[in-house]
Design a protein around this ligand. Sequence first.
Ligand SMILES: Nc1ncnc2c1ncn2[C@@H]1O[C@H](COP(=O)(O)OP(=O)(O)OP(=O)(O)O)[C@@H](O)[C@H]1O
Ligand SMILES: [Mg+2]
Length: 221
Amino acid sequence: MIELRNITKIYNKGKPNEVIALKDINMKIKEGKITVLTGPSGCGKTTLLSIIGLILTPTYGDVIYNGENVTKYSDYWKTKFRRENIGFIFQHINLLPGYNALENILLPLYSMDLNPMDYMDRAMELLSRLKVLERAKHKVEQLSGGEQQRIAFVRALIKDPKYILADEPTVFVDEETSHIIHDIMEDLRDRGKTIIISTHDPELIKIADEVYRFTYGRLIT
Ligand SMILES: Nc1ncnc2c1ncn2[C@@H]1O[C@H](COP(=O)(O)OP(=O)(O)OP(=O)(O)O)[C@@H](O)[C@H]1O
Ligand SMILES: [Mg+2]
């Protein structure tokens, strides 16, 4: 279980441009389920997902993974934990320009001392399932937004992580691709993965086991 205790995030604290992005959020996220975070633009979904993914540190409060309070751990520990356990799909896709799709998927594996060749079959299978196999050797700049989103999706899943955190994973894709992404999410859940998705997509909300609705930094239901 991932437990969030009294999470508050204040950007630019004490300055005139201070923003209270999250206020006193408490949640218990179950393993092996699909949890959806939803709510209007600016309500704090990306902020919360980044805190759960140990990319961002909360101003106050604790993040507890399976009973272990990881909030105060070092950046080194957090980076290692993230690499080994979390696949993060960013809202702003974040692929490396100048590299092709396949390189974007496989290059991060080098930094984890893994042999990318061992992951080639899985990369091909996911690219094919998402109908972007024929784009594998295309440079990022030559891909459409929806194609880039699918590549980022494969990159996040390549290591078969235990936790999958996806920030609006279907905003740039068409309905058909959206369905493929939903199916993949359900397959991952059936294999025991823990999935947390920020989304407005009603179809994704339908497949969720738990839905949390936010309004401007607060949890409403
Ligand atoms: N780095 C930052 N510095 C200052 N304020 C920020 C920063 N990032 C986000 N905010 C503010 O915090 C609030 C929550 O932002 P966040 O990106 O978490 O919202 P969101 O729910 O993901 O929105 P969207 O649906 O548009 O992606 C917003 O008011 C935003 O302007
Ligand atoms: Mg967002």
